[in-house]
Design a binder for this molecule. Structure first.
Ligand code: DHB
Ligand code: FE
Length: 280
C-alpha cells in the first residue's frame, strides 16, 4: 500500500527561484535563506519520496478570473513550468503520477470533497520554487509530483478547517492505493506577507512563530483560525498558510518536527519551513 511518511512546508517566494536560476544564492542577501535548506536537502536525499503530493496555489498563471477552482488536482502525465512574464523557469518538466492522482480524485470526491480534475496545466513558482529549494538544480526532478492547486487568490478561499479535513481525506485516499509507494505531502506558501495596498510589506514574526509551534503542538486549534485573523495578523497573502493545513491533516496527529527554519525577509515575506515525520 502507499504510505505517507513525511510532510514538508515551505514558503514559495518567486524571487528565490530567480536567485537560484541567476546563480545568486551566495550573495549576502540570499546566503542565509539557502543555508536554511541545507539540512532539508540532505534529509530528502536520505528520505527520497516516490511521489510528492504538492499543495500550492496558482498565481493567475494556469487559471485566471475566468475560471477559479477551489481545489484542483493535476492528473496529467506531465506539467511544464509556467511563463510568469519572464519566460518559463529553466527547471525540469514535472512528471505526474496519473494513476495515483485519479485514485485520489475518485476517493476524495466520493468522500464528499469536490475537486476539479485538471488534465493540462502549467505550474508556476508556487510549485517549482519548493522543488528547487528541496532538490536543488537536477537535470530531472527525482520523484513524481501530483500538483494540487488551492484558490487563495480570489475571495472566498477555503477555510483552514476545510483544508485540514481535506488533508485527512487525502490521507485516506493515498493509503488505499494498492502500490507500495513512499509519499510525502508538501504544503507551500506563506508565511505572513502582504503584496498590495497600504499594508504592503507587512510581516508578523510573533504570528509566524506561533503558527510554526502550533503545526505540531495544536493543529486542531490552528485549523480553527478564521479568515479575518489571517488577513489581520498575517496580511492579505498570509492566507496562503491554509495550504499548510492540508499537509498537516494528512499526517499523524503526533507527527514529529524534525526540522524548522524561519528567516525574515526574503523579498516581501517571511520564509518559514518545517519538516514533519510520521512516527509510525
Ligand atoms: C512573494 C511571495 C509570494 O508567496 C508570492 O506568491 C509572490 C511574491 C514575495 O514575497 O515577493
Ligand atoms: Fe504565493
Amino acid at each position: 500500500m502507499a504510505r505517507i511518511t513525511a510532510g514538508v512546508c515551505t514558503s514559495h517566494v518567486p524571487a528565490i527561484g530567480a536567485a537560484i536560476d541567476l546563480g545568486r544564492t551566495a550573495e549576502p542577501y540570499w546566503q542565509p535563506v539557502f543555508r536554511g535548506y541545507e539540512f532539508s536537502k540532505q534529509w530528502i536525499a536520505r528520505n527520497r519520496p516516490d511521489v510528492v503530493f504538492l499543495v500550492y496555489n496558482d498565481h493567475a498563471s494556469a487559471f485566471s478570473l475566468e475560471m477559479i477552482p477551489t481545489f484542483a488536482i493535476g492528473c496529467a502525465e506531465s506539467f511544464a513550468p509556467a511563463d510568469e512574464g519572464w519566460g518559463p523557469r529553466p527547471v525540469p518538466t514535472v512528471q505526474g503520477h496519473p494513476e495515483l492522482a485519479w485514485h485520489i480524485a475518485q476517493s476524495v470526491i466520493l468522500d464528499e470533497f469536490d475537486l476539479t480534475i485538471i488534465n493540462r496545466m502549467d505550474v508556476d513558482h508556487g510549485l517549482t520554487v519548493p522543488l528547487s529549494l528541496m532538490f536543488g538544480q537536477p537535470a530531472a526532478w527525482p520523484c513524481r509530483v501530483i500538483p494540487f492547486a488551492v484558490n487563495v487568490v480570489q475571495y472566498p478561499p477555503p477555510t483552514g478547517h476545510r483544508c485540514y479535513q481535506l488533508g485527512k481525506a487525502i490521507r485516506r485516499a493515498i493509503e488505499s492505493f494498492d502500490e507500495d509507494l513512499n509519499v510525502q505531502v508538501w504544503g507551500t506558501g506563506g508565511m505572513s506577507h502582504q503584496l498590495q495596498g497600504p499594508r504592503a510589506g507587512l510581516i508578523n514574526q510573533p504570528f509566524d512563530r506561533a503558527f510554526l509551534d502550533r503545526m505540531t503542538s495544536d493543529p486542531e486549534g490552528l485549523a480553527k483560525i478564521p479568515h479575518i485573523e489571517y488577513v489581520r495578523e498575517a496580511g492579505s497573502e498570509g492566507i496562503e498558510l491554509v495550504m499548510w493545513l492540508i499537509m498537516r491533516g494528512a499526517l499523524d496527529a503526533d507527527a514529529r518536527e524534525v526540522y524548522r527554519f524561519y528567516h525574515v525577509p526574503a523579498s516581501n515575506t517571511a520564509v518559514g519551513h518545517l519538516i514533519l515525520e510520521n512516527v509510525r
